[in-house]
Design a protein around this ligand. Structure first.
Ligand code: FE2
Length: 428
């Protein structure tokens, strides 16, 4: 007897009429038309069953703090960093944990079951580190939280930067972070990349650096990151986040850079909502979009994922943990409006993001964890278009969240009563 059998599902790759059999928290079988005895059965009615959403870039220590102690007036990254510096002395562990747990609730409701969060290691008390380690422990039964030691003030620029980061890693933080473009000079930035990659290599850790989050076309730390990845044989373990300077770089240089990134196996995480908000703020008109070259990186064979980065914090006052909103913004900013481009944006918040986090047993195949989302949509394109309701969210076979279908009841003069959920009649 199976624990759970889902029938008549559509999968992201387009297969329809699929049954997914679940036993002991794992997917036992994925096959068309299977019927078998099960403790629980769910008819998907042709709707999309997707592996759960993954956010490979977030700041959970700052989330839901919008307005504390004030709002970012200029809207720039630099004022956000300054504002975060004003907030940090006011933080308490209890309040930080409460906000992070509230955000994780939102995430689960949206089918977001794995988050990589940077945590600021600049404060020698490591208050945020201890708080998020506690959050990681608390949410472990329902959400995979991976932590990155992030020296927000610059690992070389701030006193004790290296020591604090190493102490955070000693406490159990998973990934080595960095912020080379915030160091005092380009040379210091490059030195920080080298140092941090060496720390990761020594400790067998993954690397994820905020890399070139600026509009400066000469900010080229991604080149150093790719070089150090190869030198230290860290292939597949390194991510460059943001990489917004690539938007403004010289095209000839980029034609040399893309193959170097691909060759090194460095993944790139773009954060569309935040990049379109923070970048280009020093421009008059035309204003640059500031997002990295997503389709070009993908075409070069680089693993590219989308992150949410911020929700209601010193840098960004919007957001709800909805990775379909992230994908929606990503496809607009990158002009990835072909059917293939939209599907690639869906992969950027699912499979590609899971690759960044090196999640084990992720996917919709026999042997994978039974961690998936039933969406009120019939394919990934419709899911993004509608920011579709997450009807059911399962983790390891257990139902974690349910949301009612979004359906409007219409009472139109001369038309009578009807219902609508924004799906064209010809779509099935
Ligand atoms: Fe970030």
């Amino acid at each position: 007897m199976l624990d759970l059998l889902i029938t008549n599902a559509t999968l992201p790759d387009g297969r329809t009429g699929i049954s997914v059999a679940v036993q002991d928290g794992c997917i036992a079988e994925v096959t068309p038309g299977l019927d078998a005895p099960a403790h629980e059965k769910l008819d998907a009615q042709g709707l999309l069953l997707s592996p759960h959403f993954v956010d490979p870039h977030f700041h959970m220590d700052a989330t839901l703090s919008y307005g504390l102690p004030r709002v970012n007036q200029s809207g720039t990254l630099l004022e956000g960093i300054a504002l975060w510096g004003e907030l940090k002395p006011l933080l308490t562990a209890d309040a930080l944990i409460e906000r992070a747990l509230a955000y994780c609730d939102w995430a689960v409701a949206k089918g977001l079951l794995a988050v990589r969060s940077h945590v600021d290691t600049s404060d020698p008390s490591l208050l945020a580190v201890d708080a998020l380690l506690e959050v990681r422990r608390k949410v472990a039964p329902y959400l995979d939280l991976q932590l990155v030691a992030f020296p927000q003030n610059g690992v070389l620029r701030s006193p004790g930067g290296v020591e604090n980061l190493e102490r955070a890693l000693d406490k159990g933080v998973d990934v080595v972070g960095g912020i080379p473009h915030f160091e005092r000079t380009m040379a210091d930035g490059a030195a920080s990349v080298k140092l941090l990659c060496e720390i990761a290599a020594d400790r067998g850790k993954l690397v994820d650096m905020h890399c070139d989050e600026s509009d400066d076309p000469l900010s080229r730390h991604i080149e150093t990151l790719a070089f150090e990845t190869q030198r230290l044989a860290l292939h597949g373990r390194v991510t460059g986040s943001h990489c917004t300077s690539m938007h403004s770089m010289d095209n000839y240089y980029v034609s040399k850079l893309l193959p170097l990134i691909a060759e090194s196996g460095v993944s790139v995480v773009s954060n569309p909502l935040i990049n379109i908000t923070l970048q280009g703020r020093h421009d008059t008109y035309p204003k640059r979009r500031g997002m990295t070259r997503v389709p070009e990186l993908m075409a070069a064979g680089v693993n590219v994922a989308f992150g949410h980065d911020c929700v209601m914090d010193p840098w960004y006052g919007m957001g709800s943990g909805d990775m379909l909103e992230v994908a929606h913004m990503g496809l607009h900013v990158a002009q990835m409006t072909s059917q293939e481009g939209i599907r690639q944006c869906f992969e950027a918040v699912t499979t590609n993001a899971a690759r960044v986090m090196q999640l084990e047993n992720y996917g919709l195949e026999a042997g994978c964890d039974a961690s998936f989302v039933l969406l009120q949509a019939r394919d990934p394109v419709e899911a993004i278009r509608l920011r579709a309701a997450r009807l059911k969210v399962f983790r390891k076979g257990r139902l974690l969240a349910e949301t009612p279908a979004a359906t409007a009841s219409l009472h139109l003069p001369g038309r009578g009563d009807s219902t609508s959920w924004m799906v064209p009649k010809h779509a099935g």
